[in-house]
Ligand binder design. Structure first.
Ligand code: FES
Length: 240
C-alpha cells in the first residue's frame, strides 16, 4: 500500500483490523489450549503443546502448563502493547488523534500496566520455548528414524524461522546486546557486541511483520497437525 493511499484511509481502519485479527487469534488459541486433544500426529506436535508435559491425573489440558510463556511474551511485547492499546482501549487510538478520554494519561506507570516491564523475563522463557520448537522441527523431518520431508515438515520449518525472527528481533534482546555500554569501540568485546547489535537492529525494524507472520504460522502449524490428528486430512503429503 502506498503512503498516499494509506494517508487517504480513515484513521480507525488500522486499529479495527488489528483488533479483529487479535480477537480471532485469542478465540482460536483459547479453544486450542483448553481442548487438550488432537495435538499430536506421528512426529508432529502442535506448538501450543510443546514441550509436552504430561502429569498423571492432571485434570486440565497440558497446554496450560506451557502456553503462559509464549502468550506472556506476546502480551507484553512492545509492538503488541501499542497495537492492543489502540485497538481495544483506544488509548491512544492512533497517531495524531487526541485523547478520547480526557487529558489524564498514566500509561504504564501504575498497576496493572507497570507489570508490562516483566517482558524482558518472558524473553528468556521465549528463547527456551524456541529451542524446544527447533527440536520439534528436526523431529518433523524424521520419519521412523529416517530423514524425510512432508508438507508438515515444511510448515514446521517456516514456523520456526518466523518465530526466530520474531523472538530475536525483540527490543529487550536488542537492549541486552547493545545497552549499558558507553563506548562500542573501546575493546574487541564491545566491538563484537556492536556488530551483533547492528544486525539485531536490522531485524528489529520489521518486528511488527515478524509478530504477525509468526502469529499466523503458529496457528497454521497447529491447524495442520490438528486436521491430521482428527482424520479430516487423511495423511500428510510426503515429498520423500
Ligand atoms: S518487543 Fe516484541 S517480543 Fe520483545
Amino acid at each position: 500500500m502506498s503512503t498516499t493511499v494509506a494517508k487517504q484511509l480513515p484513521w480507525w481502519l488500522s486499529p479495527t483490523m488489528v483488533g479483529v485479527g487479535f480477537a480471532a487469534f485469542v478465540v482460536y488459541a483459547t479453544w486450542v489450549i483448553f481442548l487438550g486433544a488432537h495435538y499430536e500426529y506421528k512426529n508432529y506436535l502442535s506448538p501450543f503443546y510443546s514441550p509436552l508435559i504430561l502429569i498423571p491425573n492432571f485434570p486440565l489440558s497440558p497446554a496450560i502448563l506451557v502456553t503462559w510463556i509464549p502468550l506472556g511474551f506476546r502480551a507484553t511485547c512492545y509492538y503488541y502493547r501499542k497495537a492492543y492499546y489502540r485497538s481495544f482501549f483506544w488509548d491512544p487510538p492512533a497517531c495524531a488523534i487526541g485523547e478520547l478520554r480526557g487529558e489524564r494519561y498514566n500509561g504504564e506507570t501504575k498497576f496493572p500496566f507497570i507489570l508490562q516491564n516483566i517482558h524482558r523475563y518472558f524473553f528468556y522463557g521465549a528463547i527456551f520455548i524456541w529451542i524446544v520448537l527447533a527440536v520439534d522441527t528436526v523431529k518433523a523431518f524424521l520419519f521412523d528414524g529416517h530423514l524425510g520431508m512432508g508438507l508438515g515438515s515444511l510448515i514446521f520449518l517456516i514456523n520456526i524461522v518466523l518465530l526466530g525472527l520474531y523472538t530475536f528481533s525483540c527490543h529487550s534482546w536488542r537492549h541486552l546486546i547493545g545497552g549499558n555500554i558507553d563506548c562500542f569501540s573501546c575493546s574487541r568485546a564491545t566491538k563484537m557486541r556492536h556488530g551483533i547489535w547492528e544486525r539485531v537492529s536490522v531485524l528489529n525494524q520489521n518486528h511488527m511483520l515478524w509478530a504477525w507472520t509468526s502469529l499466523f504460522s503458529v496457528s497454521l502449524t497447529d491447524v495442520y497437525v490438528r486436521l491430521l490428528a482428527m482424520g479430516i486430512i487423511p495423511a500428510d503429503l510426503r515429498f520423500f
